[in-house]
Ligand binder design. Sequence first.
Ligand SMILES: Nc1ncnc2c1ncn2[C@@H]1O[C@H](COP(=O)(O)OP(=O)(O)O)[C@@H](O)[C@H]1O
Ligand SMILES: [Mg+2]
Length: 463
Amino acid sequence: MEISPQELNNLINNLRSKRWFQSKSKEIISTKIIDSLELSKELTIIFLEIEFTDESKEIYFLAVDPSQYNFQDCVQDNQFIFHWLTQLSDENEIQTENKAKISFLENKSSLEEFKITNNSQFHFLNVEQSNSSIIIDKKYIIKILRKLTEGRNPETEILSNLNQFNLNFIPQLLGQIEYRIGNKSFLLASIQEYIENQGDCWEYAVNLIENYFQSSSELKDFDNDETLQSVIQLARGLAQVTAQMHIALSKVENASGFAPENFVDEDLQLIHQEFDSEMRKALPHLAVQNPRNIFTELDELKNSFNTILRELVNKNVQKVRIHGDYHLGQVLKTKSNFIVIDFEGEPLKTLEQRRCKSSPFKDVAGMLRSFDYAILSINKKEQSRINKGLSNELYELLRNEFISAYLLGVKNKNFVFQENALNIQLIKFYEIQKAFYEIVYEANNRPSWLDIPVQVLERLISE
Ligand SMILES: Nc1ncnc2c1ncn2[C@@H]1O[C@H](COP(=O)(O)OP(=O)(O)O)[C@@H](O)[C@H]1O
Ligand SMILES: [Mg+2]
């Protein structure tokens, strides 16, 4: 496809305003259309490669209307979705200008078939997302990836493998759309059954916690406080689903990349490296915020973690596939259940890193940190009214409830220690690592929230 420098410039400016455009702060040195496909006179798909001054490259999936002067991405447009999906479901495979293929691959084990008609209704999700999601006829949801990564994507890999078990808390994957050039493949979209829901657990948790804060000023009447009981129920329910998810992930058979494996020395090295790297990035920000000197305490703590990590090898604990980007926003609440979604892993990591086996406590720590954020986000809104002691107590309570229910759910599984004292220490290790990550994130994006991870770090360290 021919595109003038002026048009390309317009398009780049349009991209920079999108949430899913990852490297907003990096300087671009060149852009190149590496492939394209004309769907109609008004619709052309383009694969745009952007090179940055740090020599990194990113590929974006876009659609434009070449008949318009000012190019704007139109992937989130009825016309585009209709044209693209009808053509794909009619032909299964379309060839691009560069003789690559865009294919629709049906998930054989799914019970339902994906079909769109002239009367199909599209609903575009407005949430600020790193992808573009569209609900079709309240039957399907298609998630279109915007930044493309070569290789097996854990989103469809995990969903299709978990679907064998017909779990009621995991959506069915109906199909996926791939871009294939030579022996390289990139996931373009996943198509899942749409599950009617009441929103995600982040909103749900914040609501319940707000109700509780409105009704109580102290955490005393534990058993008789209904608002408190409902928050505890949420923590327990989520812990049970999380345990079931990890058990299912550990049971996937006949799929490469899933079989649980014993931790070996090299794994311990990688775990240490990851922890140290997160810590190093966080320390400069801590030096500013740190009211007392936690650096010496951190050193001592690291030694005690060494001993625990060593036990992973000594006691033949196994590493398993995990969710990888687990928090309250990744679980939907339905009338009677929870639905775990979004198995893509952390978008900033490589696919290889995201598909790594690990201790499932990494996910547990993600969820625990999310509870802390849910509580403290309310404090941020109504700063003066909520007593800090109360929110700390509530967090400790939910954390303990979640951990107990989770450990009960995975009792005697090979991916945890038999001894709960060791399990609790290892969870803490991952919570601290997550707090380091949050410190860097908040320092760069939301400095007024930096106290949230700094405080939890201090608490965890001094426990
Ligand atoms: N199977 C599904 N059924 C219903 N809604 C879904 C489903 N999957 C995703 N969603 C909706 O789409 C939103 C984003 O999905 P997610 O997979 O988390 O995308 P992202 O990677 O952009 O975070 C969710 O918060 C939810 O509202
Ligand atoms: Mg998500």
